[in-house]
Design a protein around this ligand. Structure first.
Ligand code: ACO
Length: 429
């Protein structure tokens, strides 16, 4: 044992555990043998100090505000790469060269259509169903359509499933939107880029030609890049845990979507936008900040603070830049909510309450404003997040399946219920 950590128990007995070192980031105490050696478990609800796996995909340094995909800073990827290059990187570990990219794009493009019978699933939902409810159901149903790629122990099957998920999610998300609005489904067009095709499937109608706007397409592509992966967050851990039982990839991604739906995870950009609407005017900022600082009010500055980032979320900076570009393109430089958001950010970043608690804007502070400007309704925000995160989920799932140390996920518990007792006859209870 090179490096070790020693645990001394109440009876004076000492136990040694190996200390594992990653490429970067905190060292990890390997406690897998703790129960065998001591008969005790560790207690860590919410995984505050527990690494659930080893991974080579994404690295976050929350104190420094750094996010790396396969070692590459998110700022460089957002500037120099498109979403499908980022997908290739997350799945394969390296950025593609021109011919690898061409082949990858062509394969994704040829999987964008969904089985025609799948379109009938939508009509089983009420028109006013939340699009996330539809998405969970339809993505789960994919496993009933693509039987030929469900052998999780076959790397080729895993690869085909990854392509199918990345390619079909835009089609399904756009169909969920069209169903909700009562407009006909728009089929994919393979001569368009991934993001342009998605925007067309969302916003085109048969009555007129849809014009692709490159600035808006680039903005959407950037949203997808920024949300593509974020190491072992709640939905990714859900995908890994579901997959650890051997469940098929479509079922696992549906589980991830269900987890992402929660307001503490994927729903924060919607909450940030609603908060800005409620504040309404810059003159109300001091009053709102006072309310947020009052613990009894229950109010929070939505889009601020993060469990991991104790510095500016690097994605928030990029999102603010995109916000400028999109609003300029649309002639909305004076957008009320964007101006309000910037004023609010300035006040908060100069206020000791936020400074001392290291509360900075997170990606959700500006992403709602960008999506709203693109014409995406609030109810679709988490679907867009799901679409972007699918590649991260599938890369993490694949990594887990290929890991020789992988076991079914089975946490233990600290039992606090009744001790053993006897069932009494009903007249004596
Ligand atoms: N507004 C006001 N005060 C805040 C905020 C906020 N947004 N966030 C944290 N605080 C305060 C807490 O009240 C606490 O104060 P205290 O020490 O005086 O009690 C302190 O800062 C530490 O906060 P915690 O709640 O312990 O931090 P935690 O890591 O558990 O929470 C979270 C992180 C959930 C993101 C929180 O900051 C929050 O609720 N933010 C608003 C919602 C949001 O934007 N979520 C999106 C996250 S990004 C994503 O999911 C893609």
């Amino acid at each position: 044992m090179d490096k070790k950590a020693t645990l001394t128990l109440a009876d004076g007995k000492s136990l040694d555990f190996p200390v594992l070192t990653g490429t970067i980031g905190p060292e990890v105490i390997d406690i897998r043998t703790l129960y065998g050696k001591s008969g005790m478990f560790t207690y860590d609800p919410g995984f505050l100090s527990t690494a659930s796996c080893n991974s080579s995909i994404t690295y976050i340094d929350g104190d420094a505000g750094v996010l790396l995909y396969r070692g590459y800073p998110i700022e460089q990827l957002a500037k120099h790469c498109d979403f499908l290059e980022t997908c290739y990187l997350l799945l394969n570990g390296e950025l593609p060269n021109a011919s690898q990219k061409g082949e990858f794009v062509s394969t994704v493009t040829r999987h964008t259509m969904v089985h025609d019978q799948l379109t009938r699933f939508f009509t089983g939902f009420r028109r006013d169903a939340h699009p996330m409810a539809v998405l969970v159901g339809v993505v789960g149903a994919l496993s009933a359509f693509y039987h030929d790629s469900l052998d999780i122990n076959n790397p080729e099957h895993r690869k085909i499933s990854a392509f199918r998920l990345i390619a079909k999610l835009p089609t399904i998300v756009a169909m969920a939107y069209k169903y909700n609005t009562g407009q006909p489904f728009v089929y994919p067009r393979n001569d368009l880029s991934y993001s342009a095709n998605f925007m067309r499937m969302m916003f085109a109608v048969p009555a007129e030609e849809y014009k692709v706007n490159d600035v808006l397409v680039r903005a959407l592509d950037r949203i997808l890049i920024l949300h593509a992966d974020h190491e072992q967050n709640a939905s990714t851990s859900t995908v890994r845990l579901s997959g650890s039982s051997g469940a098929n990839p479509f079922a696992c991604i549906a589980a991830g979507i269900a987890c992402l739906w929660g307001p503490a995870h994927g729903g924060a950009n919607e909450a940030a936008l609603n908060m800005l609407e409620e504040i309404g005017d810059a003159s109300k900022i001091p009053e709102f900040i006072k309310q947020v600082k009052d613990k009894n009010s229950g109010a929070k500055l939505m889009g601020f603070g993060h469990r991991v980032y104790k510095n500016y979320d690097p994605r928030a900076k990029l999102m603010r830049e995109t916000c400028y570009e999109v609003l300029n393109e649309l002639g909305l430089e004076n957008d009320r909510l964007f101006k309000l958001a910037m004023a609010l950010e300035k006040v908060a970043l100069e206020d000791d309450y936020f400074v001392s608690r290291k509360l900075y804007p997170n990606v959700d502070f500006y992403s709602g404003i960008v999506q709203r400007a693109l014409g995406i309704p609030v109810s679709m925000f988490t679907c867009i997040f799901s679409l972007a995160r699918t590649v991260g989920w599938i890369a993490q799932w694949n990594e887990m399946i290929s890991d020789p140390e992988q076991k079914i996920g089975r946490p233990r518990q600290l039992y606090k219920g009744a001790a053993r007792r006897e069932v009494q006859p009903i007249d004596k209870r």
